[in-house]
Design a protein around this ligand. Structure first.
Ligand code: AR6
Length: 169
């Protein structure tokens, strides 16, 4: 399955020594709660300074920064959709997040990329639907691209892990 290129990790994404971790950010790119807050705390104030120069980010798009004090070399910041019931283009926007992050990783030659479950926290995207989109987009991208060699789905809790296991099965 996936040639062993997809892994699940249950824990804190800020601990991972990969080429890039993905941040589930907001349009300002100036930090927030959830995984965004954890990444900014662990990376240090230099990350915020670098983000200030980026001028924000549109929903579904992605922007790259250094990882600063993180064990990851880079952070790919993306803005997932706020769940509004499912008829506001949420699925396409979420798919675009995964595709655009992977495109940056491929362009930069990153071997390993770790994703949190984008939009499934504060933005309230239903977990099972979001993980199915994440798995589909990553599989499709890996089938068409040699890089990144490895993608990690980071699950902050057991329910998210179960959702990824079901989506990958
Ligand atoms: N490592 C891995 N996953 C985490 C971590 C962590 N350290 N912390 C939380 N998660 P959320 P969103 C999981 O709310 O829904 C922020 O304020 C969490 O359990 O972080 O895209 C931003 O600034 C959930 O499964 O992101 C935006 O305003 C997943 O990460 C807004 O939240 C995403 O939850 C974005 O909301």
């Amino acid at each position: 399955m996936n040639g062993g290129r997809i892994e699940i990790f249950e824990g804190d994404i800020t601990k991972l020594a990969v080429d890039a971790i993905v941040n589930a950010a907001n349009r300002t790119l100036l930090g927030g709660g959830g995984v965004d807050g954890a990444i900014h705390r662990a990376a240090g104030k230099e990350l915020l300074e670098e983000c200030r120069a980026l001028g924000g980010c549109r929903d579904g798009e992605a922007k790259l920064t250094r990882g600063w004090r993180l064990p990851a070399k880079y952070v790919i910041h993306t803005v997932g959709p706020v769940w509004r019931g499912g008829n506001a283009g949420e699925a396409e926007t979420l798919a675009a997040c995964y595709r655009n992050c992977l495109a940056i990783a491929a362009k930069r030659g990153f071997e390993s990329v770790a994703f949190p479950a984008i939009s499934t926290g504060v933005y309230r995207y239903p977990r099972e639907e979001a993980t199915a989109i994440a798995v589909r987009e990553v599989r499709d991208f890996l089938a068409a691209n040699a890089v990144p060699a490895r993608v990690v789905f980071v699950c902050f809790d057991a329910r998210t892990r179960a959702a990824y296991e079901a989506a990958l099965a």
